[in-house]
Design a protein around this ligand. Structure first.
Ligand SMILES: NC(=O)c1ccc[n+]([C@@H]2O[C@H](COP(=O)([O-])OP(=O)(O)OC[C@H]3O[C@@H](n4cnc5c(N)ncnc54)[C@H](OP(=O)(O)O)[C@@H]3O)[C@@H](O)[C@H]2O)c1
Length: 284
C-alpha cells in the first residue's frame, strides 16, 4: 500500500509516522518539498507517485489567529482538500482527511453524531467545514475523521502548555464551562490506520472516551507534575479569546467503535500515558 502523508511533522502526522503499518510504503514530503495549497504541484506529485491513499494531516490549526487570517486558513483548510480530492480522483486514490469538533455549534446536550447539524462558531470551524464539503464534492473516495482537543509527542497543545507552566510553578486560570474530550495523537493515529485498513468512507468521529472540561485536563496535568492547587476554574466569559469555542463539543464515537477492534481508552488513561512520557523525558 503506497501512502502519501501530508503534514507529517505535525502532532498527528508525527504519530501517523510512528505507527506506520508494516504493509505501508510511505511518501511524506514536508512543507518545504510540497506546499499543499499549490494545486498544480499536488496534482503533479500525486499523478507521478500514484498513491493508494492520501492522508491529509495539514491544517491551519491556530484557532485564534485564524479569526484575523481568514484567507490563509481558507487556503489550507478549505481549498487544499478540494485539490487533494481532485488529484486523488484522477489516479483512483482514497483520501483520509482530518477535521474537527469545532464544526459544531456547541449548544448540544448529548455527544454529537456524524450526521448532526453543523454550525461552526469560528473562522477555523467554518474553513474546516468548507474543507469537508470540498473534499466530498471532489468525488474522491474519502473518509473524514473529526477529532478534538488533540495533543501528542510534538507540537503545541494544551496539555503540554499546562505541563510547562506547572514545571515553572506558574498558576493558570482555565475555563471550566467548555465540555469535550481530549485525544491522544497516538491513539488517533492507530484508529486512522484501522480506518485505512477497513477502507472506511464518510465521516467518523474520533476522540478518547469520556468527557471533561479544559479545567479538568489542567488539574490532572498539574497534579501529575506534583503542583496541585495552581489551577483556578473560570468561565468562558472571564477568559476572552478572539475565536468563540463551542460550550459542548463531545463527539459520539459509536461509528468509530464499530470499525476498530480495541475499545477506546478513557481520556484520563491516554493523558496519563502522555504525562508519564513527559516526566521520563524531563528526568532523562
Ligand atoms: N490540534 C488540535 O487540537 C486539533 C483539534 C481538532 C482537530 N484537529 C485537526 O487535526 C489535524 C491535524 O492537526 P495537528 O494538530 O496535527 O496539526 P499541526 O500540528 O498544526 O500540523 C500541521 C502540519 O501541516 C503542515 N503544513 C502547514 N501548512 C502547510 C502547507 N501549506 N503545505 C504543506 N504542509 C503544511 C505543517 O508543517 P510545517 O509545520 O512545516 O508548516 C505540519 O506538519 C488537522 O486537520 C486539524 O484541523 C486538530
Amino acid at each position: 500500500m503506497r501512502v502519501f502523508l501530508l503534514g507529517g511533522s505535525g502532532i498527528l502526522g508525527t504519530a501517523m509516522r510512528a505507527t506506520l503499518p508494516a504493509d505501508a510504503t510511505l511518501l511524506a514530503p514536508g512543507h518545504a518539498a510540497l506546499d499543499v495549497t499549490d494545486a498544480a504541484a499536488v496534482d503533479l506529485l500525486v499523478s507521478e507517485r500514484r498513491p493508494d491513499w492520501i492522508i491529509n494531516c495539514t491544517a491551519y490549526t491556530a484557532v485564534d489567529a485564524a479569526e484575523s487570517h481568514e484567507a490563509d486558513a481558507m487556503r489550507l483548510n478549505a481549498d487544499a482538500p478540494a485539490s487533494l480530492g481532485a488529484a486523488a480522483r484522477r489516479v483512483g486514490a482514497r483520501v483520509l482527511h482530518v477535521s474537527t469538533d469545532y464544526v459544531f455549534g456547541g449548544e448540544g446536550t448529548r455527544p454529537w453524531r456524524e450526521d448532526d447539524p453543523v454550525a461552526p462558531l469560528s473562522v477555523y470551524g467554518r474553513t474546516k467545514l468548507a474543507g469537508e464539503r470540498n473534499l466530498q464534492a471532489s468525488g474522491a473516495e474519502a473518509v473524514i475523521v473529526r477529532t478534538a482537543w488533540l495533543y501528542g509527542a510534538v507540537g503545541k497543545s494544551f496539555p503540554r502548555t499546562m505541563w510547562e507552566r506547572a514545571q515553572q510553578g506558574l498558576a493558570s486560570r482555565v475555563v471550566a464551562d467548555q465540555h469535550g474530550a481530549p485525544t491522544n495523537a497516538r491513539d488517533l493515529a492507530t484508529w486512522c490506520w484501522a480506518l485505512v485498513a477497513r477502507e472506511a468512507r464518510g465521516v467518523v468521529h474520533a476522540s478518547n472516551a469520556g468527557q471533561c472540561t479544559w479545567a479538568d485536563v489542567a488539574e490532572r496535568v498539574y497534579a501529575a507534575a506534583g503542583k496541585p492547587g495552581l489551577v483556578t476554574r473560570v468561565s468562558s466569559d472571564e477568559y476572552p479569546v478572539p475565536a468563540p469555542r463551542p460550550r459542548y463539543s463531545v463527539l459520539d464515537c459509536a461509528r468509530l467503535e464499530s470499525l476498530i477492534e480495541t475499545p477506546r481508552r478513557s481520556w484520563e488513561a491516554a493523558l496519563d500515558e502522555f504525562l508519564s512520557d513527559l516526566k521520563q523525558r524531563s528526568a532523562a
